[in-house]
Design a protein around this ligand. Structure first.
Ligand SMILES: Nc1ncnc2c1ncn2[C@@H]1O[C@H](COP(=O)(O)OP(=O)(O)O)[C@@H](O)[C@H]1O
Ligand SMILES: [Mg+2]
Length: 270
């Protein structure tokens, strides 16, 4: 048996123990893809589901920092087997960031090397039985997210967008990309949707509003909901405490809870 088929068998074994594999996509970077992935992982695990978070955004692996575990390292559990980093009892994470010597140095591996590492994240990591594997994929619809999607046979996708037209154009591409890959599209999340003025409490639509809902309707996919712009989200991300647990009473956390309900409802219907 050659080495490749051996690796393939290991990947298949891992995948057989993971019920749902969800890719978080965005048409472009900076729209809150990692923020959504991190908080989704936390929110699902708080519902007593077993969750793994896989950060394969090669050039911006921020998940570990957002979860406060960026200084952890992957530990070997015997030959060719690696333990994921435990965030809580029900939540573990594997990130490209754990392989970097220095946080400030960009990853400059060439394509095949990167893909080999991603394959190991599936074949060699002992994820165990998971209800959900949430994957933070590279932004956009180019070569890199495509290779990731081909390597990780996902079962579903979520698309994160911001409300302005330029971002929406990219999101249309992201929805079509997920369709071409035959993924079940859970829906579109509109992030950074309206800022609540800390002084008067009124909503300021910095980036317009409602665009995510419009493209979801236009493309015939579910609109999962809006997450407002909230300075506490930046604080929480920077301090390694996902906003969903950082401030459960905030409008953003409440909106996010409803989004998670919708995702779980969609799943139970299939
Ligand atoms: N709803 C929001 N309100 C305020 N800041 C946000 C919101 N969503 C994301 N951010 C911040 O915007 C920045 C980019 O988000 P990130 O999740 O890293 O985007 P991406 O993964 O798409 O590049 C981060 O600093 C994050 O904390
Ligand atoms: Mg990111």
């Amino acid at each position: 048996m050659n080495e490749k088929s051996n690796e393939d068998i290991k990947v298949a074994e891992t995948l057989s123990k993971i019920k749902n594999r969800l890719l978080v996509f965005s048409g472009k970077g900076g729209v809150g893809k990692s923020t959504v992935a991190a908080n989704l992982g936390v929110a699902l695990s708080e519902r007593q589901l077993k969750v793994g978070l896989l950060d394969v955004d090669i050039h911006g692996p921020n998940l570990a920092k957002m979860l406060g575990v960026e200084n952890e390292r992957l530990v070997s559990a015997g030959e060719n087997s690696i333990l994921p980093v435990a965030v809580t009892k029900h939540l573990s994470v594997v990130s490209m960031a754990f392989l970097l010597q220095d946080k400030n140095t960009p990853v400059i591996w060439r394509g095949p090397m990167k893909m080999k590492v991603i394959q190991q994240f599936l074949g060699d990591v002992v994820w165990g039985n998971l209800d959900w594997l949430v994957i933070d994929s590279p932004p956009g619809t180019g070569d890199e997210p495509l290779s990731v999607a081909q390597l990780i046979p996902a079962t579903g996708a979520i698309i994160v967008t911001t409300p302005q037209e330029v971002s929406l154009l990219d999101s249309r591409k992201a929805v079509n990309f997920a369709r071409k890959l035959n993924l079940k599209i859970y829906g579109v999340i509109e992030n950074m949707s309206g800022l609540i003025c800390p002084h008067c409490g009124k909503v300021i639509n910095l980036f317009k509003e409602g665009g995510g809902e419009k493209i979801a309707r236009e493309l015939g996919v579910t609109f999962l909901g809006k997450i407002p712009l909230d300075p506490k989200i930046v604080e929480s991300g920077d301090s390694g405490k996902p906003f969903f647990t950082y401030d459960q009473e905030s409008q953003a956390s409440k909106a996010f809870g409803l989004i998670v309900d919708k995702i779980l409802n969609t799943n139970s219907k299939q």
